[in-house]
Design a protein around this ligand. Structure first.
Ligand code: NAD
Length: 496
C-alpha cells in the first residue's frame, strides 16, 4: 500500500511564532526543506530578540493569572483537551512529522504522534495522584512539628528541542512543564518547525489561556535559542540536543544561576553475549542501530559481540541490514528514510571516509543510494556497518548520529564492561543474553542512565530518563519531571 494521501495533506506554508495567544510574523524568514527530495516545504519566521522577549513577557504575565493557581484537576483537564486536540488532527501531525523528517509513516503514527498525545495524558494523570512528603519531627526542645512539602510552579520555562523526534521530544517537555503550572516559551529545532506550529494551533483552538504556551521559531547560536537562554525573564531551561550545545547553554545561564535539565548526546553500546537468543539479538541490534536512520539518541553506534558468535553475527547482521528498504516514506514498504538534511549527511559521510582512513573494513553501506527519481535530491545514505577499528578510533568514540555502527569482538565480561564504559558519553546501553543473572550484573556496572536487557527503546513514561557524563544530567519522566518542573517549599508547623 502506498501512502500518497499523507503527501497531499495541506500543511502551513508560512510558520509563525505564537506569542500571547496570537500567531505573529517577524519579517525575516528561512526555508524549511524536505529531506526526501529537497523541495521547499515552507518559510519559517526567524525570531528577533524582541520577539523572544515578548514571548517571555507574555509567559510572565500569564503566570500571574489563574494558570499557576489552578487546581491540579482543572490543569489535568486542560492537558487532556490538548491531547484530544492532537488526536483530532492526528493525520496532519503525522503528515507534518513525515514532511519535515522523511521518517516512515508507520513510525510517525505509532511512535511520534502517539507519544505526543501520551505525553499530555500521562502527566495529566500523574499530577492528580502525586502526593508530597510529610514528616513528624520532634525538635531539640521536645516540641512536636509537622514538616510537609508543597509544590509551586518553577515559573517561566525555556524549552529547546532537537529535530530527531520533533513532536515527541517537544511535548516531553511542554506537557510536564504545563502540568506543574508553569508557563513556557518553547523553541523547536529550525530543521523541524511544523509539528510545533500545529501544536500551537491546537493550544489556540482549545482556548488555553493566552501566554501559557508561547512558541518562537529560529536558529540556536546568536538567535532565538541563545536569546531564550539569556533572557532574564526565564526561570529554567530544559534542553535536548548535542552535548556541545548543552555546554554553551550552561555557560549562558550561569550568571543567572538558572535551573537546567539536559538530555544530550550519546555513543551507545549494544553487547551481544554468545548465549543470547541469536535471532532476537540480531533483530534488536538492527533496530537499535538503524531505527529512524540512526537518528535516535538511544541508537547504538558501538556493538560488541562475544567472539564465538562474531562471524555468524556479522553475516546475519549484514543480511538483515541490507534487507531494509530505503526510500520515500510515501512508498509502501519503506523502513528507512533519509537523514534530516544534506548538511547532516555530509557530516555522516565525512565519518564514513574517516572510518576507512582509521582502518575500518566496510561490511555494508557507507555510500549514497541512487533512486533514479526525486529522492536523489534528498539526504539518503545506506545503513553502514564497520568492523576492524581500534577502540581508540574517533569513529568509535565520537557521536555520529546516523545509520552507522562499528562491530567489535570481545572475549570476557569484565573486558566488555570496561570497553563500554570507556566513553565520554553515558546515555544508554543494551545487553543481549539468556543468562539473566549476567544481565543484572552487567547492567549495574554500566555507566549509563538507561540499560535494556534483551530489549531496546522500551519506554515507560513513569521511569527516569537521562544520561551520565557528557550525555547530560537530571532525569525526566514521571515524578522526576514533576520534581524538575516545580519548586519545592518545606513548611514546618509547630503542632504541640
Ligand atoms: P543541537 O544541539 O544542534 O540543537 C538542538 C536545539 O538547540 C535546536 O533547537 C537548536 O536551534 C538549539 N541550539 C543550538 N545552539 C544553541 C545555543 N547556543 N543556545 C541555545 N539553543 C541552541 O542538536 P540537534 O542536532 O538538533 O539534535 C541532535 C542531538 O541531540 C544529538 O547529539 C542527539 O544525541 C541529541 N539528543 C539527545 C537526546 C536525549 O534524550 N539525550 C534525545 C534526542 C537527541
Amino acid at each position: 500500500m502506498n501512502y500518497p494521501s499523507y503527501a497531499e495533506i495541506a500543511l502551513p506554508t508560512r510558520l509563525q511564532h505564537f506569542i500571547g495567544g496570537t500567531f505573529v510574523d517577524s519579517g525575516d524568514t528561512f526555508a524549511n526543506h524536505s529531506p526526501i527530495d529537497g523541495h521547499e516545504l515552507s518559510r519559517v519566521c526567524e525570531a528577533r530578540q524582541s520577539d523572544v522577549e515578548r514571548a517571555v513577557e507574555a509567559a510572565r504575565s500569564a503566570l500571574q493569572g489563574p494558570w499557576g493557581k489552578m487546581s491540579v484537576v482543572e490543569r489535568a483537564a486542560w492537558l487532556h483537551r490538548i491531547a484530544d486536540g492532537i488526536e483530532a488532527r492526528f493525520d496532519e501531525f503525522v503528515a507534518a512529522e513525515v514532511a519535515d523528517t522523511g521518517r516512515p509513516i508507520q513510525q510517525a503514527k505509532a511512535l511520534d504522534v502517539a507519544r505526543g498525545i501520551a505525553n499530555f495524558r500521562t502527566f495529566a494523570d500523574l499530577i492528580k495522584t502525586a502526593g508530597g512528603e510529610c514528616f513528624e519531627t520532634v525538635g531539640a526542645d521536645g516540641d512536636e512539628y509537622l514538616n510537609y512539602v508543597t509544590r509551586k510552579p518553577l515559573g517561566v520555562v525555556g524549552i529547546i528541542s532537537p529535530w530527531n523526534l520533533p513532536l515527541l521530544l517537544f511535548t516531553w517537555k511542554v506537557a510536564p512543564a504545563l502540568a506543574m503550572g508553569n508557563c513556557v516559551v518553547a523553541k523547536p529545532s529550525e530543521e523541524t518547525p511544523t509539528s510545533a506550529t500545529l501544536l500551537a494551533e491546537v493550544m489556540r483552538d482549545v482556548g488555553l489561556p493566552a501566554g501559557v504556551f508561547n512558541l518562537v521559531h529560529g536558529h540556536g547560536p546568536n538567535a532565538a535559542g541563545e536569546w531564550l537562554t539569556r533572557s532574564p525573564g526565564i526561570d529554567a531551561v530544559t534542553f535536548t540536543g548535542e552535548s556541545r550545545t548543552g555546554s554553551a547553554i550552561m555557560k549562558a545561564v550561569a550568571d543567572g544561576v538558572k535551573n537546567v535539565s539536559f538530555e544530550l548526546g550519546g555513543k551507545n553500546a549494544a553487547v551481544v553475549f554468545a548465549d543470547a537468543d541469536f535471532d532476537a539479538a540480531v533483530d534488536g541490534v538492527v533496530r537499535s542501530s538503524f531505527t529512524n536512520a540512526g537518528q535516535v539518541c538511544l541508537c547504538s553506534e558501538r556493538v560488541y559481540v562475544e567472539r564465538p558468535i562474531f562471524d555468524r553475527f556479522i553475516a546475519a547482521f549484514k543480511q538483515k541490514t541490507e534487507a531494509l528498504r530505503i526510500g520515500s516514506p510515501y512508498e509502501a514498504g519503506t523502513t528507512t528514510g533519509p537523514l534530516i538534511s544534506r548538511g547532516h549527511r555530509d557530516k555522516v559521510l565525512s565519518y564514513c571516509r574517516l572510518a576507512v582512513e582509521e582502518g575500518a573494513a566496510v561490511v555494508t553501506g557507507g555510500t549514497v543510494p541512487s533512486f533514479g527519481n526525486a529522492c536523489d535530491d534528498g539526504a539518503f545514505i545506506l545503513p553502514t556497518i564497520w568492523t576492524g577499528l581500534p577502540d581508540t578510533a574517533r569513529t568509535v568514540n565520537e557521536e555520529i548520529f546516523g545509520p552507522v555502527c562499528h562491530v567489535a569482538p570481545f572475549d570476557a565480561e569484565d573486558e566488555v564492561v570496561r570497553r563500554v564504559n570507556d566513553s565520554p558519553y553515558g546515555l544508554a546501553a543494551s545487553i543481549w543474553t539468556s543468562n539473566l543473572s549476567r544481565g543484572h550484573r552487567v547492567a549495574r556496572q554500566i555507566e549509563t542512565g538507561i540499560v535494556w536487557v534483551n530489549a531496546w527503546f522500551v519506554r515507560d513514561l513513569r521511569t527516569p530518563f537521562g544520561g551520565a557524563k557528557l550525555s547530560g544530567f537530571g532525569r525526566e519522566g514521571g515524578r522526576h519531571s514533576m520534581d524538575f518542573y516545580s519548586e519545592l517549599t518545606n513548611v514546618c508547623v509547630k503542632v504541640i
